[in-house]
Write a protein that binds this ligand. Structure first.
Ligand code: SF4
Length: 363
């Protein structure tokens, strides 16, 4: 077991944190329950998402699916539609799978034990520790970005949080700190402290109760810690979408598995290796192959869409005089705008729809 010294000693670190938490904690709906299903909903929805952004989604999901049984009975389209705009759509899909697993493996009773939770799809170490400690006071320390940051700064850990050795050091320290504490209270306290006090940028060191014994503060390393190994390279992609609108009918396509936004609906697409304009002969050839020789094309709007490991440059084009062979392009269909609105879309598509198609389809 790794041991870290601090002026107050470990007990004071936890005591100060809990004292701070009782005064400063936010009143969030999932804090007032020990229901593992509700905690699971909140944890998955809030992954990689700010609380203010995730809260309305949490409320929407709970209103629509008050129990795991109701969730498990939903269609994928229903779940994706509710999830729309939150990003990382695989989380929504995984949740549906998990809800079904809970029905099959646990007869609809959401587990509270870490060892059972970790076997469910989409539930990793962090989520299993959060659910088991919040719902059942199991002594499992959570380690999310907030906790890594607080521990790295306070204890002066200079191993990268995403390296193998770093993960081991942080996990052992975190687990040693939760022993003899009330797990639900301690875990929530350290996470909230990281979110509100020891923030990534401009932490509130001046009024921090841990300041005296904080390694980073006393060694001028607040802006250095935690350390992280460099990220993988971001991939750039160019999506050229074609808006084929005829009265209230629009051409749409369902995205395939194995790529971003799988199974969601967008428009006919030509992906290019770089920016493609209407003066690009190869690009025009590809468009004519898809929409006929007489097609007229005009540029409508361009957007830059950021994902975790991808930047997608999206260019929407309007079509006139187009012909499409549905036997050849079996993935493309024509639906009414009304039906299109009910389907799940990536955010960049729903934004375009709301701005240009929903009320004034005059493009
Ligand atoms: S003094 Fe600053 S860096 Fe140290 S724990 Fe407090 S807020 Fe974080």
């Amino acid at each position: 077991m790794i041991s870290f010294d601090c002026i107050f000693g470990e007990m004071s670190f936890q005591t100060e944190l809990i004292k701070w938490y009782k005064i400063n904690k936010r009143d969030l709906p999932w804090r007032n329950t020990t229901d593992p299903y509700v905690i699971w909903l909140s944890e998955i929805i809030l992954q990689q998402t700010r609380v203010e952004q995730g809260l309305p989604y949490f409320n929407k999901f709970l209103e629509n699916f008050s129990t795991v049984k109701r969730f498990a009975a939903a269609s994928e389209n229903e779940v994706l539609k509710l999830w729309q705009g939150l990003g990382y759509y695989s989380r929504g899909r995984n949740m549906l799978f998990t809800a079904k697993q809970v029905m099959e493996l646990h007869d609809g009773k959401f587990p509270t034990a870490y060892e059972q939770l970790i076997k469910l799809k989409g539930i990793g170490d962090y989520t299993a520790a959060a659910i088991s400690s919040f719902s059942n006071d199991e002594s499992k320390a959570v380690l999310d970005g907030n906790v890594f940051r607080v521990l790295a700064r306070y204890f002066g850990i200079e191993e990268a949080i995403n390296s193998t050795i770093g993960k081991k050091i942080f996990a052992e320290l975190a687990q040693s700190l939760i022993e003899d504490q009330k797990p639900s209270l301690y875990n929530q306290a350290i996470m909230e402290f990281g979110a509100l006090q020891c923030k990534p940028k401009s932490p509130h060191c001046n009024d921090c109760p841990l300041q005296l014994s904080c390694f980073a503060y006393n060694n001028d390393k607040v802006n250095v810690l935690p350390l992280k190994l460099k990220k993988v390279k971001v991939r750039e992609r160019w999506f050229n979408y074609f808006i084929g609108l005829n009265d209230d009918q629009i051409l749409i396509k369902q995205r395939k598995p194995g790529d971003v936004w799988q199974q969601m609906y967008d428009f006919p697409l030509i992906e290019t290796n770089n920016v493609a304009g209407l003066d690009d002969i190869d690009f025009i050839d590809d468009i004519k192959k898809m929409f006929g020789n007489n097609v007229k094309i005009r540029s409508l709007v361009q957007k830059k869409h950021m994902l975790t490991h991808q930047i997608i440059y999206v260019h929407f084009f309007g079509l006139e005089n187009y012909m499409i062979n549905f036997n050849l392009h079996t993935d493309i269909k024509s639906v009414t705008l009304e039906d299109f609105a009910t389907l799940p879309h990536p955010k960049v598509i729903s934004d375009f729809f709301e701005l240009y198609l929903q009320n004034k389809p005059n493009i």
